[in-house]
Design a protein around this ligand. Structure first.
Ligand SMILES: [Fe+2]
Length: 192
């Protein structure tokens, strides 16, 4: 596995971007970060599409929830971009595919979101394992809070999926959930 040291001046190594770099980053880790950045941008596009889907159906609570989720995912993408810049890496934005926009039910849409969150968590775990393999502690420290908040996202979507599943396609029940989301109520239970 190659490390990315492209130059050295006054004992300071610089990364592929030409920026001073405190510790070289493994190429495979840098590439995996680029892929993860794309994943966050795709999640943002998907949630924006979901926000539109709900807005078209007058479900403003669901629409607002997904609008905010879309913003959150874009912010995660920015965090990853900032980290790559900090580490002296070049960022090459990849093409993102069109998100799915047709759903047979609200439950199908939310189940899909839950699976997407699960895949993001898996990707973060893979980044963590790669970082550990190259003793890149800067990266594991960066990833720790991200992985923790990702677990909270999975919990949030599991909660929403459970509520929607319980509603069993009843329009009046779904309107109650939509009202809760309008009021910003999306906090899963607390048992302590
Ligand atoms: Fe994210």
């Amino acid at each position: 596995m190659t490390t990315q040291i492209s130059n050295e001046t006054y004992g300071v190594i610089t990364g592929p971007s030409g920026r001073a770099m405190a510790q070289a980053m493994e190429s495979s880790l840098s590439l995996a970060f680029q892929d993860h950045l794309t994943m966050e941008r795709f999640a943002s596009a998907s949630y924006f599409a979901n926000s539109i889907w709900f807005a078209e159906r007058e479900l403003r609570g669901f629409s607002e929830f997904y609008r905010q989720e879309s913003i959150n995912e874009q912010s995660h993408a920015s965090q990853f971009a900032d980290y790559l810049i900090t580490r002296g890496q070049n960022i090459s934005l990849q093409e993102i595919k069109s998100p799915k926009q047709n759903w047979v039910s609200i439950e199908e849409l939310i189940a899909h979101s839950f699976q997407m969150e699960r895949d993001v968590t898996t990707s973060l775990h893979q980044l963590y394992a790669l970082a550990e393999r190259s003793s890149d502690i800067r990266t594991t420290v960066f990833l720790d809070p991200t992985i923790e908040s990702q677990l909270a996202s999975e919990d949030e979507f599991a909660y929403l999926l459970g509520r929607v599943k319980f509603a069993n396609n009843s329009r009046s029940s779904l309107l109650i959930i939509d009202g809760e989301l309008s009021d910003g109520k999306i906090t899963p239970r607390k048992t302590n």
